[in-house]
Design a protein around this ligand. Structure first.
Ligand code: DC
Length: 210
């Protein structure tokens, strides 16, 4: 069974998807990690993240795997290097290329085959798993999403900078020719702005009734 969650950065997708997976004993699969890992790979090779040919070429040189829930580049756990402001920004840029998107989608579908998973990421309900048994679209105001990010990285950029980056990333993610962030017609919409993590989980659990 596939439970897929879409929505913008900071809407609560990762936190809720991880928690729902834990409660149900399902596998948690974060599709954004793939774009983050390919962006990191490009940066580590001193490549230009805006050069999509080079990003794709370098992506095909490495093997991404998930070990104990951590994403690895050729077996090297890079999970703790994926959430920097630089990787935040460049993951969105590399994810615009339809060829890289198809490459990621193939890998995600392969990993998910025959498993019970909770997956999240922008286009999981529209492109990767349009036939998922349960689809959700989370949303929240940009201000609340910026506050959540700030709490995760208190020593990082200021509130104003985080808010600006979120608005820019939304624009980039919504304007993609392929795999743009949008609500699937059949997805259940949840506005998480004023909800606690537990309240969102309860709404999801009520909707899936398993
Ligand atoms: O969910 P995230 O913030 O970890 O995702 C990082 C970037 O990757 C984000 O800017 C959007 C992009 N992404 C995507 O285009 N499609 C996905 N399925 C997941 C993420």
């Amino acid at each position: 069974m596939v439970i897929a969650i879409d929505g913008p950065a900071g809407s609560g997708k990762s936190t809720i998807a991880r928690e729902i997976a834990r409660r149900l004993g399902f596998y948690f699969l974060n599709t954004g990690s793939f774009y983050r890992a390919y962006a990191l790979n490009q940066l580590e090779r001193n490549g230009d993240p805006r050069d999509s040919d080079s990003v794709l070429e370098n992506a095909k040189k490495i093997n991404l795997s998930i070990e104990n829930g951590n994403i690895c580049i050729d077996g090297r756990n890079v999970e703790d290097r994926l959430r920097t402001p630089e990787v935040d920004k460049y993951s969105s840029i590399v994810s615009v290329d339809p060829r890289l998107r198809e490459y990621v989608n193939q890998q995600v579908r392969l990993i998910a085959k025959g498993m019970d998973i909770v997956t999240e990421g922008r286009d999981t309900t529209t492109v990767i798993f349009p036939d998922a048994e349960y689809k959700f679209y989370f949303d929240a105001s940009p201000e609340v999403r910026a506050e959540r990010r700030l709490k995760e990285h208190p020593d990082g950029p200021s509130y104003e900078e985080v808010l600006k980056a979120i608005v820019e990333r939304d624009r980039n993610d919504m304007q993609k020719a392929v795999g743009a962030l949008k609500k699937a017609e059949t997805a259940i919409y949840i506005d998480t702005t004023y909800l606690t993590i537990n309240q969102v989980c309860e709404k999801v659990e009520k909707a899936i009734e398993i």
